[in-house]
Design a binder for this molecule. Structure first.
Ligand code: ZN
Ligand code: ZN
Length: 355
């Protein structure tokens, strides 16, 4: 079933007969077409995509089967309201978290006479479970990301800067089919590796120290996400010990992922190992998150998440230990929840690499 029809089913259950989306991500998910402008109106009859002359030709070729792509007239809200009236829609919902106040005011004016109501997170809820086509895109994005890791391991050398490492990863991904980056590449070395979301700088890689690389590609708009921590030179005893704790925690999280398990159980599987080793307070973030058209999507694997995993969801497994002023280690794979358990979409080696 097309995503627009899934959404209609969901809003109809809640008593609505129309839904409006102005944000890029919801529009992409509902139409199968990426653009930076326009509006989507979902009714019982169709998914109407109102766009402009920059996109119309491509949109009409590429949109999902239930989508009618057409040009809008002077005003987007007024065009949408006209179609809604023609199709007999009377109770229209929007996601208030994805509208600006001024957009909402314009909608209220154009849809005067119809009922407008906020239905927060209505698309996100459905986006949690991916279609086979979405999974194929995520799998392809992760394959490019794995290949980029193999590539960087062959070109890493003394004297390189963090920015050069990030640039190499990004160039390789683009050259090998990525249509963009899933997020800003993290490549941090030595003491900076203790910053979970450190920004690569124009600084030479520290020798005999950790280098943490967290990166991902986009493929047809869908994200991948992986982290590897390697050593440029030789690791000492303590570095080996910390790396091994994180690796055992990460493997335990993956082993826990299956349908019916909760996000907090998966988080605990990793966190318990790190805590038992005495490093619990140095693991400040969640064990994992889902992704799709956005790099961070629901559900999460966090201490609070009661969400039960279902087949077709994605989940990262990315515990870490961060010792301020010293170094940090994080290892991240991308996992698909399957009918019987899970599949690790990340194929790169996880043994401690000394390069
Ligand atoms: Zn990551
Ligand atoms: Zn991640």
């Amino acid at each position: 079933m097309e995503n627009g029809r899934k959404l209609y089913q969901k809003i109809a259950e809640k008593g609505f007969d129309g839904a409006i989306f102005l944000d890029e991500v919801s529009q992409h998910w509902l139409t199968g077409f990426a653009s930076t402008d326009g509006m989507v109106l979902v009714t019982g009859k169709e998914t109407l995509f109102l766009t402009d002359s920059r996109y119309i030709e491509a949109a009409q070729k590429e949109v999902n089967a239930d989508v009618h792509a057409t040009l809008y007239e002077r005003s987007l809200p007024e065009t949408a309201a006209k179609y809604a009236a023609e199709q007999g829609a009377k109770r229209i919902c929007y996601d208030g978290g994805k509208l600006t106040v001024s957009q909402l005011k314009k909608l209220e004016k154009a849809f005067a006479g119809m009922e407008l109501a906020d239905l927060p997170g209505v698309c996100e809820e459905l986006r949690r479970v991916k279609t086979p086509a979405e999974i194929a895109n995520i799998r392809a994005a992760q394959q490019i990301t794995d290949a980029a890791f193999s590539h960087i391991c062959t070109v890493l050398k003394r004297g390189m800067t963090e920015l050069e490492v990030a640039a190499e990863l990004e160039y390789f991904m683009r050259k090998n089919g990525a249509d963009g980056l899933a997020f800003e590449t993290i490549a941090v070395s030595g003491p900076k590796s203790s910053l979970p979301h450190g920004v690569p700088g124009n600084v030479v890689l520290t020798e005999n120290a950790f280098l943490t690389m967290d990166f991902g590609a986009r493929y047809n708009g869908y994200c991948s996400d992986m982290t590897r921590t390697v050593v440029l030179g030789k690791a000492d005893e303590e570095m080996r010990k910390i790396y091994d704790i994180v690796l055992q925690a990460q493997k335990a999280a993956i082993a826990a992922i299956r349908p019916g398990v909760s996000g907090k159980e998966v988080d605990a599987a990793a966190r318990d190992i790190i805590t038992a080793a005495g490093y619990g307070k140095y693991f400040g973030h969640s064990t994992g998150h889902s992704l799709g058209l956005e790099i961070h999507e629901e559900p999460r694997a966090s201490v609070r998440s009661a969400d039960l995993f279902v087949p077709g969801q994605l989940m990262t497994a990315e515990p870490g230990i961060y010792l301020e002023g010293k170094y940090g280690v994080r290892i991240e794979d991308l996992i698909l929840v399957t009918e019987n358990g899970c599949e690790d979409l990340t194929k790169s080696d996880k043994t401690l690499l000394e390069l």
